[in-house]
Design a protein around this ligand. Structure first.
Ligand SMILES: [Zn+2]
Length: 75
């Protein structure tokens, strides 16, 4: 197995790791509703992507309510 020839000092290790950074996410505002969204993602608020409605949020909620009504609860 590969083995380091010599120990890396704390200073060398820490200097190398100064370049490890978290990139900030590219947040845009939705062209349809103005809510903050990520690039190349469907808008979480209105369900649109590139000017087209992909997810109908109101329909989805209605469907969910209907499925809840169908479930019978035993006491
Ligand atoms: Zn939107």
């Amino acid at each position: 197995m590969a083995h380091p020839k010599s120990r890396i000092s704390k200073q060398r290790k820490r200097k190398r790791r100064t370049h490890y950074k978290i990139a900030a996410p590219h947040v845009l505002s939705c062209s349809n509703c103005g809510a903050p969204t990520l690039r190349h993602r469907i808008c979480e608020a209105c369900g649109s992507y590139r000017g087209r409605t992909i997810l109908n949020k109101a329909e989805a909620v209605e469907e969910f309510d209907n499925t809840i009504d169908d479930v019978e609860v035993e006491d």
